[in-house]
Structures are given as structure tokens and as C-alpha cells.
Design a protein around this ligand. Structure first.
Ligand code: ADP
Ligand code: 5GP
Length: 205
């Protein structure tokens, strides 16, 4: 049979749209999909755990990772650095594990250049009003930070044109199912396996 290669899934969307919640659901329901853990210079929020939520770094440590080429992509967002450590991702993809990168759009476009075969999914809130309700309801940002996130939201949504798929996240369950429909369709794309498929049948000739 085919030796499966992992899919690299890039999930973006404005802060508060529900990316983290939907990705968590997808991972809970699927053993073969992993969420990449990013490095960041931002402070941990209540309940976040080192090595699970993020790898928390100082600015100097993060800049060292950039200089050493340890990051697949990185960006400065809301005064902090965020980036994807690359080694583990390459190993897991080679093992056949699908990986989700939950990252913002500047980083996503860096991934697109290096990994054009990645799958780009954009999570949308049902409305900007609901987006604000969700950020406020999450209770993890100050009023100032909420305003910053809200004033970036429309500009971010316009970047959807560079993505392959969109999901309106009005229900967590439905959005997670939609991610899995995308994953299943992408796994069956001929372009990913055409040489291997032909070689399976060639052996019998
Ligand atoms: P993001 O990762 O995009 O910043 P989160 O996953 O942290 O967003 O979600 C923001 C808030 O919205 C959280 O409090 C979360 O529980 C809530 N939320 C996420 N998806 C939904 C949904 N479909 N319906 C209602 N609330 C949601
Ligand atoms: P938060 O501070 O809410 O956890 O994340 C802020 C933003 O940074 C979100 O849009 C999130 O998707 C993005 N982000 C998280 N990790 C990374 C990463 O490794 N790289 C990039 N480019 N963005 C990231």
C-alpha cells in the first residue's frame, strides 16, 4: 500500500475566531493529527502550559532561534515574536503524521513559499460583533489589547484570498468536522501520490 506522508495544515483567522478551540477539537478526535507547538516571547496566560501551549522564550532566545535557522516561519504580532520550530515538524510529516500550524497570516505566507503543498484553511467568525463577544468572553486580554485585535480583524479577513478553504465557525463541532472533510479530501488528491500509485500497479504487469 501507499506510504503515507503527513499533511501540513495551516490554520489562520482573526484572533477570537475560534482557531484554538476548533483545532483542539480536531486533535481530540484524531490520533494521527498533531498541533505544532510554537515559540513565543509573549507572557503565558492563566492556564497555559510551557511546551503544550507554547515554548515561552525571551527576546534574546527567540532571536537566537531565528539566527540558527531553527524556525520554519516567524512573525512579530502585537509586540511579540511568534514562530514555528521546524525540526519536529519535518520528522512528524515524514512519519505520516498530519500537522496543524495555528499561525497568523504573515507566517502562513512564509510557509506557502517553503511548502506549496501545504493546505491553507481560514477560520471566520459569524460576524465582527460576535468576534468581539468571543474575545471579551475569553477574558484573556486587556481592553487595550481587545481594541488592537478588533482594529486588525477586517484587514486580516481580507487576506483570505491567499487561502484554499474557509470555515464559518458558528459551531465548534461542525467546524471540526469541516476541517476533517478537508483533510480527507486532501489525502485523496492524486497529485500527492501519483507516482506511487502507478508504481503499485506496474509491479503486477
Ligand atoms: P482564537 O484561537 O482564534 O484566538 P479561541 O479558540 O481562543 O480563538 O476562541 C475565542 C473564544 O471564543 C473562546 O472563549 C472560545 O471558547 C469561543 N468560541 C470558539 N468557537 C466558538 C463557537 N463556535 N461558538 C461560540 N464560542 C466559540
Ligand atoms: P495568541 O497570543 O492569541 O496565542 O496568538 C496571537 C496570534 O499569533 C494568533 O493569530 C496566532 O495564530 C498567532 N501565532 C501563534 N503561533 C504562531 C507562530 O508560530 N507563528 C506565527 N506566525 N503566528 C503564530
Amino acid at each position: 500500500m501507499l506510504k503515507k506522508r503527513g499533511l501540513l495544515l495551516v490554520v489562520s483567522g482573526p484572533s477570537g475566531a475560534g482557531k484554538g478551540t476548533v483545532c483542539k477539537k480536531v486533535i481530540e478526535n484524531n490520533d494521527n493529527i498533531m498541533l505544532s507547538v510554537s515559540a513565543t516571547t509573549r507572557q503565558p496566560r492563566t492556564g497555559e502550559v510551557e511546551g503544550i501551549s507554547y515554548y515561552y522564550k525571551t527576546k534574546e532566545q527567540f532571536e537566537h532561534m531565528i539566527e540558527n535557522g531553527q524556525l520554519l516561519e516567524y512573525a512579530r504580532v502585537y509586540d511579540n515574536y511568534y514562530g514555528t520550530p521546524k525540526q519536529e515538524i519535518y520528522d512528524q510529516l515524514e512519519n505520516g503524521t498530519d500537522i496543524i500550524l495555528e499561525i497568523e497570516m504573515q507566517g502562513a505566507m512564509q510557509v506557502k513559499k517553503k511548502f506549496p503543498q501545504a493546505v491553507f484553511i481560514f477560520i471566520l467568525p459569524p460576524s465582527l460583533n460576535e468576534l468581539k463577544n468571543r474575545i471579551v468572553g475569553r477574558g484573556t486580554e486587556t481592553i487595550d489589547q481587545i481594541e488592537k485585535r478588533m482594529s486588525s480583524a477586517f484587514g486580516e479577513i481580507k487576506l483570505i484570498k491567499d487561502y484554499d478553504y474557509f470555515i464559518f465557525n458558528d459551531s465548534i463541532e461542525k467546524s471540526a468536522d469541516q476541517v476533517m472533510s478537508i483533510v480527507n479530501a486532501e489525502r485523496s488528491k492524486v497529485i500527492r501520490y501519483k507516482e506511487e500509485i502507478i508504481s503499485i500497479f506496474k509491479k503486477e504487469i
